[in-house]
Design a protein around this ligand. Structure first.
Ligand SMILES: C[S@@+](CC[C@H](N)C(=O)[O-])C[C@H]1O[C@@H](n2cnc3c(N)ncnc32)[C@H](O)[C@@H]1O
Ligand SMILES: O=c1cc(-c2ccc(O)cc2)oc2c(O)c(O)ccc12
Length: 334
């Protein structure tokens, strides 16, 4: 809650604008117009945001008895309004009422035996994807935050030097959202025909929004029914949203669509306890696994589980060709 508050009040920007030396508490109180009746609470919040484990500000005290002064840390730099890698959408997404409310009923949801709905659906009356299609203010706000947050996970798959797209003349980003990854690929490979397939309400109006390379096309559709034909397809952060049966359906549609080398899957491969993955990657994988199990009917999978899905969908082989933090790149061959 303190992070959400810091983002909304733009505390990192106030510290940044103050410049060197670090901003004192009273300078921040004055810049942010905190009334006298709330200065104690503001001080408490700044202290919480400055502990070693929270790490949003570092604190200095020039001399004993003098005021504490605050400066930015790598974490709070990511919350600066104009930071190129601004990450503010992620905490705001998780504090959106529809998300916050479903997270607060997990105890009763876990005990409900005869209800196959996700915790998100129980609380919000619609699946996550149907909710995002809604036209209410909160739905539009969540949709904006969600696609902004997804844009933070744009792995470096799109560069000209990327081996993933060698010899590929056409590719489809299946459920490619608002096309951030596909636009990077299309820009790096102007000779390649690139298509983003996603639900109609997601891609509606996107080509006309401008700023997209000419070789990028948006198609509204349903990946469970059909995927446009191409040399290769990409599935990034998709299969972890779905149960095994749905994944096999999606993969079969992808297999029917590809005429070239095959599919690229970018998702997490759950590491085993004691593996080479660092603790943070493992912790992120575990949190995503829980989020997928409660927000959607999805899950994170270990290598054997991935292998089982690819085999059941009729693919001949697969190879884990790279890692990006907690995520892996898996090539899957027809
Ligand atoms: C987690 S997002 C990933 C978006 C994108 N691949 C990325 O990594 O930024 C999942 C996407 O699946 C899309 N989706 C859900 N159901 C779909 C369906 N039946 N057909 C096509 N896209 C679908 C959603 O609209 C959403 O954009
Ligand atoms: O609700 C989310 C949030 C994310 C997410 C996590 C970390 C980031 O740095 C950015 C975005 O990812 C999601 C995702 O991959 C998904 O399939 C569903 C929901 C979410």
């Amino acid at each position: 809650m303190s992070i959400k508050c810091a983002i909304h009040l733009r505390i990192p920007d106030a510290v940044h604008q103050h410049g060197e030396p670090a901003a004192s508490l009273s300078q921040l109180i004055s810049a942010l117009r905190i009334p006298p009746s709330k200065t104690h609470a503001f001080r408490c919040m700044m202290r919480v945001l400055s502990t070693r484990s929270t790490g949003f500000f570092s604190v200095q005290q020039e001399e004993e008895g003098e005021e504490l002064c605050y400066s930015l840390t790598p974490a709070s730099r990511l919350l600066l309004r104009h930071a190129p890698l601004n990450q503010a959408s992620l905490p705001l997404l998780h504090f959106h009422p529809a998300v916050r409310d479903y997270c607060s009923v997990l105890d009763t949801w876990l005990l409900e035996e005869n209800d196959k709905r996700t915790a998100f659906e129980v609380v919000n009356g619609a699946s996550f994807w149907d909710y995002l299609a809604g036209s209410s203010g909160p739905a539009r706000e969540l949709k904006g935050l969600f696609y902004d947050a997804m844009a933070l996970v744009v792995p470096t798959v799109g560069g000209r030097e990327s081996l993933l797209f060698r010899g590929v003349r056409s590719f489809v980003d299946v459920a490619g959202g608002t096309g951030i990854v596909a636009a990077a690929v299309a820009g790096a490979f102007p000779e390649m025909k690139c298509v983003v397939l996603d639900l109609p309400h997601v891609v509606e109006g996107l080509p006309a929004a401008g700023g997209h390379p000419g070789n990028l096309e948006f198609v509204g559709g349903d990946m469970f029914r059909s995927v446009p034909s191409a040399d290769a397809v990409l599935l990034k952060s998709i299969l972890h949203n779905w149960d095994d049966e749905s994944c096999v359906k999606i993969l079969k549609c992808c297999k029917a669509a590809v005429s070239g080398d095959g599919d690229e899957v970018i998702d997490m491969v759950m590491s085993e306890v004691g593996s080479d993955d660092d603790d943070l990657s493992r912790e992120i994988q575990l949190c995503f696994d829980l989020m997928m199990a409660t927000l959607l009917n999805g899950k994170e999978r270990n290598e054997m589980e991935w292998k089982g899905l690819f085999e059941e969908a009729g693919f001949s082989n697969y190879k884990i060709v790279g890692k990006i933090g907690p995520r892996s790149i898996i090539e899957v061959y027809p």
